[in-house]
Write a protein that binds this ligand. Structure first.
Ligand code: 1GP
Length: 262
């Protein structure tokens, strides 16, 4: 039996090889469903600005029907990959291209480590969704997802603990590591943590939470991030094209340096 890596994961690896770093736009249905016209513009602006994929999900106040509408709008207005970033089992929907099959490794509650996954797995199989195994690790402050996911957030000055969790994720067979500071976090994942995780693990490292500027995004890529995720930025829509454009450009420029040095 050979390991089957799906279309979207393969595409992301190819893009990563080519550009050194990627940017994903996270759409939280709770915050974006109220104004579909605005969401349409946001989707188009993000694609025009060079984002590489859309993620849909959130941890609180998400109705199944809202996620469905948001995904439909993304599919109608963009040709980029659409990946589910599930906050719970009800995040599993057929309309996406793939799902991050994530385990919150530093949760205290087995539900978020393997329980929700067992409930969701048969649905994913039945829907024919591509599952991309991912280690989800929450770093302080952690925000809502830390509280809801019953996490023991990793202290910001303990990169070695983050690296140990990341390595554990890789040894468990996960093909992505997501370092999460929490949506809207007052401070993003520290560079030292990104750097040490990068050194410990060989799979791509995704970094999200509290990243809003080109400088910070570039810094995270320089520290070792392969993918930068921004969500809150699109909700504060003023000058979005300019802000997102600059941030994605910075990610790509920093990524290019990596490609050159390899
Ligand atoms: C949240 O990491 C993502 O799960 C994105 O965070 O909303 O702060 O960009 P922001």
């Amino acid at each position: 039996m050979t390991l089957k890596i799906g279309k979207i994961e393969t595409l992301l690896h190819e893009k990563l090889k080519e550009s050194g770093a990627l940017h994903f736009t996270l759409v939280d249905p709770e915050d974006m469903i109220e104004d579909p016209e605005n969401l349409k513009n946001v989707i188009k602006t993000a694609e025009k600005s060079g984002t590489d994929a859309f993620m849909v999900g959130g941890s609180l106040g998400i109705a199944h029907s809202d996620s469905f509408k948001v995904m439909k709008l993304i599919k109608e207005n963009s040709s980029l990959p659409l990946i589910i970033f599930p906050g719970n089992v009800d995040g599993v929907l057929k309309s996406a291209d793939a799902i991050f099959f994530m385990s919150l490794l530093n949760s205290r509650n087995p539900y978020w480590i393997s329980g929700a996954q067992a409930l969701g797995a048969p649905l994913i199989r039945r829907m024919g969704l591509e599952a991309i195994p991912m280690a989800y690790i929450i770093i302080e402050p952690g925000g809502s997802v830390s509280f809801i996911g019953d996490a023991k957030p990793i202290p910001r000055d303990k990169p070695d603990i983050a690296a140990a969790y990341a390595l554990a994720g890789e040894f468990l067979g996960m093909r992505l590591i997501y370092l999460e500071a929490g949506s809207g976090a007052r401070a993003p994942v520290p560079d030292e943590i990104v750097g040490m995780v990068r050194k410990a693990a060989s799979v791509p490292v995704i970094v999200g939470g509290g990243i809003k500027t080109a400088e910070v995004a570039a810094q995270k890529v320089a520290a070792g991030a392969s993918v930068i995720v921004t969500g809150t930025l699109i909700e504060e829509a003023k000058d979005l094209g300019e802000k997102l454009g600059a941030l994605i450009k910075a990610v790509k420029e920093e990524g290019k340096k990596k490609v050159k040095n390899e």
